[in-house]
Design a protein around this ligand. Structure first.
Ligand SMILES: Nc1ncnc2c1ncn2[C@@H]1O[C@H](COP(=O)(O)OP(=O)(O)OP(=O)(O)O)[C@@H](O)[C@H]1O
Ligand SMILES: Nc1nc2c(c(=O)[nH]1)N=C(CO)CN2
Length: 182
């Protein structure tokens, strides 16, 4: 038998600005946790965020960042993320358009990945307060491939206008199902 791949730590950025945004985020977190070789370990707060770029119809996003432990390769983690998007009915229309759910891979250990299908760190991580603020809440000291920490990248961005902690709460799957897979 081949040796089992060790668990990596990855951070996923989730966002929704269509319909019942909280339900979409909760469903995405639960579905991610149900994938083989993937455990959702920690969640940031959910943030109300002003839409950045694109042809948004004015609806604010609800964003959060999820820490996962996974034995999946970065490529398989992308496949899993896209399967969750599809299961929740995301229809790709215009770029950066309204979406029930978006799942982006932000970081995977301290790895850099540069392929046509996948880039890690996420190519727009450095310019997105709606990602860096919740990521900083979970892992300020996590290093990027260039050696900087998440907190340093967040500080380099400066002001984080339009990103506010919401009163809405997404639950960790392990506290919903009695910790069966913890
Ligand atoms: N780190 C990554 N996480 C998720 N998708 C990625 C990543 N790097 C590259 N991609 C590619 O980006 C493509 C477009 O993704 P998607 O439709 O979610 O973009 P978007 O959400 O509209 O915009 P953005 O990428 O700016 O968040 C995906 O098909 C995927 O192959
Ligand atoms: N506030 C906010 N703006 C966005 C978001 C998002 O998740 N939150 N996602 C985008 C494309 O992925 C484009 N713009």
């Amino acid at each position: 038998m081949p040796p089992r791949r060790r668990e990596a730590t990855a951070f996923l950025g989730l966002g929704s600005n269509l319909g019942d945004r909280l339900a979409h985020l909760q469903d995405a977190v639960d579905l991610l946790h149900s994938r083989p070789g993937l455990r959702v370990v920690k969640l940031s707060s959910a943030y109300e965020t002003e839409p950045v770029g694109g042809e948004h119809v004015g609806d604010e996003f609800l964003n959060l960042v999820v820490r996962v432990a996974t034995r999946a390769s970065p490529q398989r983690l992308l496949t899993a993320s896209q399967a969750v998007e599809q299961a929740l009915g995301r229809v790709r229309t215009v770029r950066w358009g309204p979406r029930t759910i978006d799942v982006d891979i932000l970081l995977y250990d301290q790895r850099a990945v540069q392929t046509r299908r996948l880039q890690i760190p996420h190519p727009r991580l450095h310019e997105r307060a709606f990602v860096l603020v919740p990521l900083c809440e979970l892992a300020p000291d996590h290093p990027l491939p260039d050696g900087r920490t998440v907190a340093e990248v967040r500080d380099a961005l400066g002001a984080a206008a339009g990103v506010e902690v919401s009163q809405l709460e997404v639950e960790l799957p392990t506290s919903r199902n009695g910790g069966a897979r913890a």
